[in-house]
Design a protein around this ligand. Sequence first.
Ligand SMILES: [Ca+2]
Length: 102
Amino acid sequence: MKSYTPLTSVVLLCSSAVFAHSPPANDHCADASEIYLGTTPFSTVNATTDGDMHKECAFDGQTYHDIWYTFTAGATGTLVVSTCNLVDYDSDLAVYLGGEFP
Ligand SMILES: [Ca+2]
């Protein structure tokens, strides 16, 4: 867990799932969807890979089939971002603080 001050953050979610459908509307960083506290339904079906490499990610460090979100904290505190019990594949999360967008 990490504490955040009220800033806009971009959350990158990626997966290894690939299917033959249209990509999600938030497939590219420039089209990130705004999210709020609580659970957000999502799909990485047919998402393309456009995010930066992260050495912390497994395999070769690339975050494949990524989708993008923005979140603006309304107060200082702890933000928990998790895909636990929401996906049946190995997922990665990357958080960019305001001004750090790739
Ligand atoms: Ca993408």
